[in-house]
Design a protein around this ligand. Structure first.
Ligand code: UT7
Length: 327
């Protein structure tokens, strides 16, 4: 019987850093408001000529180096993103070309901020089936390109970046124990970019109406749903595997808002020292936030071999999910 394991991690964020003080000069906001309401201090912003596939490429090389694999070892490339390099072909195809990963199939996964957990679930199933050996999974976003920089309700939240894992088939103890995925499409209006698809194809009118930018009309509602959904998904992951909250060594949640993270930890009775938080430096990078945090935790020693790692995400769709990993 096969399972899947994380063999290597990597991440990359663009060089340009946008601080809360920079935002104070752009919209009616303050460093104090942003820090206390979200925990964010700064975020990284891609250059005009930098696309999502450019960020993924840098993160991918690091993850492959850590895993000790080369481009020709990859069977499958998955990219979780809502800011693809182009509507089509997939960002995964751009990455496959840039890596010269000639043996790899390639596709994108659209699950907004849950994109990495959704991708992890797909990769895990492919590897467990036995027909794939090595999968490269990236969560990558250039949200700055679809951010409405005049909307203070949303523009203070988002950042750009990419986080990658190389997953391999295994029969060992270090492996993905479970993934749980959920969606509620009836709440699609909570978080969306309405323009640019087949409902509202891109046109001068659509641009004038600003429909090609992120909309989150009820941030506070999304906040409450995120807390509830992430708590429930985490409890399910632990229960299914016969673990208790006290068994968790590290919880890596999607970095949407430090207050959401703290509320989930509190409801789970999980000590805050066991929760990985880096939203202060990156903002909400959507599908990239968990793999960036995972890579940091591996490289700074927060995550050690044998640890029980819980992942949790929530985002547009609405989508949410959890994963439990024996590292
Ligand atoms: O990535 C996955 C999904 N995304 C999320 O999970 C995000 C979830 N939502 C949130 O993180 C929070 O709801 C926000 C950070 C977006 C907003 O925080 P909040 O505590 O829910 O604030 P609010 O929307 O209830 O607004 C409170 C006040 C309002 O003023 P009034 O009506 O009380 O006078 C807003 O107009 O804060 C005002 N406000 C701001 N003030 C200064 C909203 N944005 C800003 C701002 N600067 N940037």
């Amino acid at each position: 019987m096969y399972f899947s394991k994380v063999a290597g991690t990597g991440s990359y964020v663009p060089e340009r850093c946008l601080t809360n003080f920079d935002l104070e000069r752009m919209v009616d906001t303050s460093d104090e408001w942003i820090r206390t309401r979200t925990g964010i201090i700064e975020r990284h912003i891609a250059r005009e000529d930098e696309a999502t596939s450019d960020l993924t490429l840098k993160a991918a090389w690091k993850a492959m180096e850590a895993a000790g694999v080369g481009p020709l070892d990859l069977d499958l490339i998955l990219v979780g993103t809502v800011t693809p390099t182009m509507p089509f072909p997939s960002t995964a195809c751009f990455l496959q070309d840039a890596l010269q990963a000639k043996n790899a199939a390639a596709m994108d996964i659209s699950a907004a901020c849950s994109g990495f957990i959704y991708g992890l679930s797909v990769a895990d199933a492919m590897l467990r089936s036995g027909s794939f050996r090595t999968v490269l999974l990236t969560g990558a976003e250039t949200l700055s390109k679809i951010t409405d920089w005049t909307d203070r309700n949303t523009c203070i939240l988002f950042g750009d970046g990419a986080g990658t894992v190389v997953l391999q088939k295994t029969t060992g103890e270090a492996r993905i124990l479970s993934t749980h995925l959920y969606a509620d499409g009836s709440r699609w209006q909570e978080l969306m970019m309405p323009g640019g698809g087949s409902r509202h194809p891109i046109s001068v009118e659509i641009i004038h109406q600003n429909l090609h930018k992120i909309k989150m009309p009820n941030g506070n509602e999304v906040f409450k749903m995120a807390v509830r959904a992430m708590e429930e998904a985490a409890i399910t992951a632990l229960k299914v595997n016969g673990y208790d909250v006290s068994d968790v060594d590290l919880f890596i949640p999607h970095q949407a808002n430090a207050r959401i993270v703290h509320a989930v930890a509190q409801r789970l009775s999980l000590p805050i020292e066991k929760v990985y938080v880096n939203i202060d430096r990156y903002g909400n990078t959507s599908s990239a936030s968990i793999p960036i945090a995972l890579d940091e935790a591996v490289r700074n020693g927060s995550l050690k071999r044998g640890d029980l790692v819980l992942l949790g995400a929530f985002g547009g769709g609405l989508t949410w999910g959890s994963a439990l990993i024996r590292w």
